[in-house]
Design a protein around this ligand. Structure first.
Ligand code: IMP
Ligand code: MG
Length: 173
């Protein structure tokens, strides 16, 4: 392989920020339970770390949506490839994503869960690239806002590589 990865967010910074998000979420949902819906595959490491930092009762399930394939540009089209098994009706859904780019995925999922009569639907993303937004999305919890660069690590891939990196990096081709 010819590309290299330059570190953008160190592991320690990620973990510290996830602890803060967990504390905030625990406070916001005090007296309630929260149903984390992890968007596979990229959000899995983040969702696991986040769940460990939440002190209110937690349920976790997983959903797979259509991805970019091997490229780095969004098609704008979103599909559910595999759905959650635990019903969302009457629950406090917190959608957990790795990164918000165009906003298409979360805009679509927000509608899906509202239509399924969740008690509440909020969004939590590890990373946000606001410069790339095509559709407006209200994000409740953001780990880090980053510039418009293609990042990998902590679950994020480039052609299925680098998901295992413990930090966020930029691919340099
Ligand atoms: P959106 O629908 O354009 O907001 O796309 C969100 C999805 O695109 C994320 O869940 C990622 O899977 C993927 N994605 C967007 N930007 C990046 C990136 O910089 N690195 C890796 N994956 C990305
Ligand atoms: Mg994703």
């Amino acid at each position: 392989m010819s590309e290299t990865v330059r570190e953008m967010i160190p592991e320690a910074d990620l973990n510290a920020r996830i602890a803060e998000l967990g504390a905030q979420i625990s406070k916001d949902y005090e007296g309630e339970s929260v149903y984390l819906i992890c968007i596979l595959r990229g959000a899995a490491p983040f969702a696991c770390e986040l769940a460990k930092r939440i002190t209110v009762p937690v349920t976790i399930d997983y959903m797979t949506t259509s991805s970019y394939g091997a490229g780095t540009v969004s098609t704008g089209e979103v599909r559910i490839k595999s759905d959650v098994e635990i019903p969302v009706e009457g629950r406090n859904v917190l959608i957990v994503e790795d990164i918000i780019d165009s906003g298409n995925t979360l805009h679509y999922l927000l509608d899906v869960f509202k239509n399924r009569n969740a008690k509440s639907v909020r969004l939590c993303t590890m990373l946000d690239k606001p410069e790339r937004r095509e559709v407006a999305v209200d994000v409740d919890y953001v780990g880090f806002t980053i510039p418009d660069e293609f990042v990998v690590g902590y679950g994020l891939d480039y052609d299925q590589k680098y998901r295992n990196l413990p930090y966020i990096g930029v691919v340099e081709l």
